[in-house]
Write a protein that binds this ligand. Sequence first.
Ligand code: GLA
Length: 380
Amino acid sequence: MTLSEVLIAFKSTHETEPILFRAPARINLIGEHTDYNDGFVMPAAVDRELFFAIAPNRKDIYELTALEMKASVSINAGLNQVPGQGWAKYFYAVLEVLHEKGLPLKTVACVFGGNIPIGSGMSSSAALTCGFAFALNDLFDWKLSRLELAKVGQAVEHRVGIKCGLMDQYAVLFGKKEQVVKLDCQQHTHEYAPLKLGDYRLVLFNSMVQHSLADSAYNDRRKSCESVLDFLNKKTGITSLKDLTIEKLVAFKSEIDSVAYQRVRYVLEENQRVLAAQKALMTGELMTLGQLMYASHEGLSNEYEVSCEELDFLVDQVRDEAGVLGARMMGGGFGGCTLNLIHADAIERIQKKLNRKYDEKFGKKPEMTEVVTADGISRV
Ligand code: GLA
């Protein structure tokens, strides 16, 4: 679905001239499951987007149309009836959160559509919630900052989806072309690092699975890290895992549940990998970056235990291939896609191999998406 298709669809059902917005998907180069642990992450906005055509409608309902779903939903201005459709629940929650923040909501007509592969782990929901909140903020001139909008998106996710960190929302709002965003999730401050990949490309392979335990397992991991923090807070006074060193953690090993210990240890190691990746990007050491990606995957698979057979398979199959610098599962896990750093000349060969091998093993082909970095949400 393109921007002009969204515009045409809007004009065919509404009489006003809409304002247009775009909201990108995100990838995460490295730093997984560290965001809700006050750690570091390194995402980027990419060139898969949702487009919104939106205008005040002077009615007592919000008129929402999801072009890809071929569905329209009305939400009444009083917000007293939650819509049934999954996507509309996100819109509803955005309105609810903004209303609770005391913002003077006015009803709008909104048509949206785009080209973000749904369920691939590229955060189509952050694009949707932050894109819609950004559009309303712009339209009604509320002057919310990008950080405030990211927090609106996160609050929505906590109501509708999972108890996520701030990475996805931050990435789609603060992303910048040819840069990754190194975000400090404790301070909510960021630095950009240049993504100069030369002949290498960012390639996603979608496992085409979404395991049903994903949300509860995610919230579970979060709880288990929080329980270690609670314990260490009582013992040492630290108030954030950011203030914990591996040495300090090791000192309390015998007093911490072994699974929780392993999870927190992973988080501390992953934070170190993000810092190392930032350095590698600054000095152009792409081999090092690739190795860090593999190490991240190992940690996610064996220590944090959020990978799955399909994702492990996709990473294992590319590991020894010429032209592949690194690969790892990306996002929450239990499905979604792997992120790979592949030489442009090797992509076709790797894709063919994965199509064949994955099909032999799982009876399907992993959808491939090549992405480049893009700017964060904007008015078009
Ligand atoms: C999901 C969440 C993010 C982050 C990642 C894992 O994408 O929405 O906040 O926790 O998982 O790194």
